[in-house]
Design a protein around this ligand. Structure first.
Ligand code: NAD
Length: 295
């Protein structure tokens, strides 16, 4: 079997067109323009490129975006003051603080300072709690993108056996909750570094989502023939043939897994573009809720 490629870029383009149409409708109805503030602390090149990608996507969808760039030396008090000012800023519907922060020990405080109504990353405990309860909430963008790519590719999830590899707070754990929720109805196993015999679980799965942050975590022999594989991982590996000196690979051995799977997401061009599309969707949703349904 050679897997069908699940083209996240193309699915995300559809989603972004839907968001652009919703933004245009909002503008026509009330003159309101959804606004996103992105707070970038320090000069990590990967964070810089993620932020640029998000800003470009906002512009293409007609969403106003404002970048607040702070030096790596910015203190907890300075960052919290910026977040509080954005909470009170009427032009801003969504606030995103690009993680990781140079000082990771203050991340929790910064996330908790964001008004949950503007928490378009869905990391605030209020939104996490509401998601667990199945109440309307902002859902973290990468897990939401994984569910959307599965849905739009026609992957059956009700009653399906799904293995999620990785239990991070931003990807694996929320994804395991979303997939097991009523209405999605998958049977979910969440695996992590302490899981004994990972392959034992993955070989039984109709769908494997790998979000471990390590190349070669999932190989062809670990996959049931006909399974659907979603590769969330983004890893830089040295590659002398590239001008940058590196290339991006996922957590799955793509060619090897594609021999067994029915469908697989590529890296790049799989989950990454979906994450940005879901962020845009959350910003429009935040604007709708803050400014009234018809805004
Ligand atoms: P993380 O390091 O916070 O968490 C990784 C998790 O994987 C941990 O729970 C760990 O227990 C588990 N794990 C690691 N190796 C394992 C193994 N061999 N077997 C079983 N479990 C293992 O990472 P994260 O923030 O969740 O990100 C995961 C990957 O997804 C990274 O490569 C990251 O760059 C990528 N990512 C991509 C997007 C996107 O939009 N495409 C968004 C977020 C993260």
């Amino acid at each position: 079997m050679v897997a069908r490629i699940l083209d996240g870029k193309s699915i995300a383009a559809d989603l972004r067109a839907e968001v652009a149409a919703a933004v245009a409708e909002m503008k026509a109805a009330s003159g309101a323009v959804p606004g996103l503030a992105v707070v970038l602390v320090g000069d990590d090149p990967a964070s810089r490129s993620y932020v640029t990608g998000k800003e470009k996507a906002c512009a293409a969808a007609g969403i106003y975006s404002r970048e607040i760039a702070l030096p790596a030396t910015a203190t907890r008090a300075e960052i919290l003051a910026i977040v509080r000012a954005l909470n009170a800023d009427d032009a801003i519907d969504g606030i995103l603080v690009q993680l990781p922060l140079p000082d990771s020990s203050i991340e929790r405080d910064v996330i908790e300072a964001i008004d949950p109504a503007k928490d378009v990353d869905g990391f605030h405990p209020t939104n996490v709690g509401r998601m667990v309860l199945g109440l309307p909430s902002f859902v973290p963008c990468t897990p939401a993108g994984v569910v959307e790519i599965l849905r739009r590719s026609g992957t059956p999830l009700a009653g399906a056996t799904v293995v999620v590899i990785g239990r991070s707070q931003i990807v694996g754990r929320p994804l395991s909750i979303l997939l097991s929720q009523k209405g999605v109805d998958a049977t979910v196993t969440l695996c992590h570094t302490r899981t004994k015999d990972l392959a034992h679980f993955t070989r039984e799965a109709d769908v494997v989502v790998v979000a471990a942050g390590r190349p070669h975590t999932l190989t062809g022999d670990m996959v049931k023939p006909g399974a659907v594989v979603i590769d969330v991982g983004v890893n830089r590996v040295p590659d002398a043939s590239k001008a940058s000196g590196y290339r991006l690979v996922g957590d799955a051995d793509f060619a090897d897994v594609a021999e067994k799977a029915a469908a697989i997401t590529p890296v790049p061009g799989g989950v990454g573009p979906m994450t940005i599309a879901m962020l845009l969707r959350n910003v429009v949703e935040a604007a709708r809720r803050r400014r009234g349904a018809g805004a």
